[in-house]
Design a protein around this ligand. Structure first.
Ligand code: AMP
Ligand code: FES
Ligand code: ZN
Ligand code: ZN
Length: 310
């Protein structure tokens, strides 16, 4: 396989774009495409301050690397969740994230969930669910809460996450199976700021997971290979597997599924739902916006788990 630009040896083939590239041209192509998507979806400008949520995985570290290369003002946020799972998951991902930032002289904010709330994520899960459920729901709640709090308190214009196409297509697949209108309406490359919730963007949403893995590898980015130990058996992984089978037989299916959805939404397929979007008001507990009648779901979780002796 030859690079389409220079005829050299290709390191990656992207059948959905009918494009194969050598290392040098791939490492140039991916940031160029990212720049194109940032502009196309009006994610942010070079005058704005971006907070990149970095987990220590290939996607978010690559995103930070790309934004830095493109000359955006991008600082990092790492949330220490306190997950061990026998593989030292949080400690190792924190170490790699801090190393990445230090080597490039980038600003990284670290929030320690235990220091903030008195318990780690697995302890909160135990305290609220008594071990009946995996910590993932609690974890998502805490991450969203902390990301928004830091973005707001430190004056960032926009919050960027490393979700790739495989992540987005899997979520879309789940929401479509359930015809979850409210979620479908809110899914996309940009979630506009509203009522105290920071603007959220996903600049990598059009790249396949394998493309991000190739980028991280070719750039020499050290990232944590392990998935979160609680992710085993997650429905989203099952959906990813199904979509990969489709993709294998028909290259481009995943991208078309996602892009055609964005087009349908733009054309108003879910428009009438926008009127039923609930109004936001500040939570009496933490002050962050919520649509719940009383305390927000984060504060309800804290309330429920606080007195538990875990
Ligand atoms: P995940 O939900 O683990 O697939 O992660 C999706 C995105 O959320 C990542 O690409 C990161 O941008 C962000 N993220 C996940 N975990 C963390 C964390 N511990 N600290 C900061 N950001 C995170
Ligand atoms: Fe949060 Fe796995 S439970 S990353
Ligand atoms: Zn080339
Ligand atoms: Zn609250």
């Amino acid at each position: 396989m030859r690079c389409r630009k220079c005829g050299g040896k290709a390191v990656i083939n992207m059948p959905q774009h009918r494009l194969a590239l050598c290392k040098e041209h791939y490492l140039a192509w991916l940031p160029e495409q990212t720049e194109r998507f940032i502009k196309k979806y009006r994610m942010f400008t070079r005058a704005e301050k971006v907070l990149v949520a970095v987990s220590g995985g290939k996607d978010s570290l690559s995103l930070w690397d790309i934004l830095h290369r493109l000359g955006y003002q991008a600082d990092g946020l790492y949330i220490a969740l306190g997950i061990d799972g026998g593989v030292n998951y949080s400690a190792e991902s924190q170490r790699l994230t801090e190393k990445f930032a230090a080597e490039r002289g980038l600003t990284l904010h670290v929030v320690d969930v235990r220091a903030e709330t008195g318990k780690t994520i697995p302890e909160w899960a135990e305290a609220t669910w008594r071990g009946r459920e995996k910590p993932c729901a609690v974890c998502g709640l805490v991450k969203r809460h902390e990301m928004n709090r830091i973005a707001r308190d430190l004056g960032y214009d926009v919050l960027a996450t490393g979700h790739n196409l495989d992540d987005e297509a899997a979520v879309l697949f789940g929401n479509t199976l359930a015809w979850a209108g409210e979620y479908l309406l809110r899914q996309g490359p940009v979630l506009e700021e509203r009522g105290g919730l920071a603007r959220k963007v996903k600049p990598l949403c059009r790249f396949y997971e394998r493309e991000m893995a190739a980028y991280a590898l070719l750039r020499g980015i050290e990232y944590i290979y392990e998935e979160c130990p609680f992710s085993a058996g997650a429905t989203s992984l099952y959906y990813k597997e199904l979509l990969n089978r489709l993709e294998n037989d028909r290259p481009g299916t995943k991208l078309a599924f996602y892009l055609n959805f964005l087009e349908a939404r733009r054309a108003g397929l879910f428009a009438e739902r926008s009127e039923v979007q609930q109004a936001l008001h500040p939570c009496p507990g933490c002050g962050q916006p919520t649509s719940a009648p009383g305390l927000c779901s984060y504060c309800r979780m804290i309330e429920k788990g606080r007195d538990s002796q875990v």
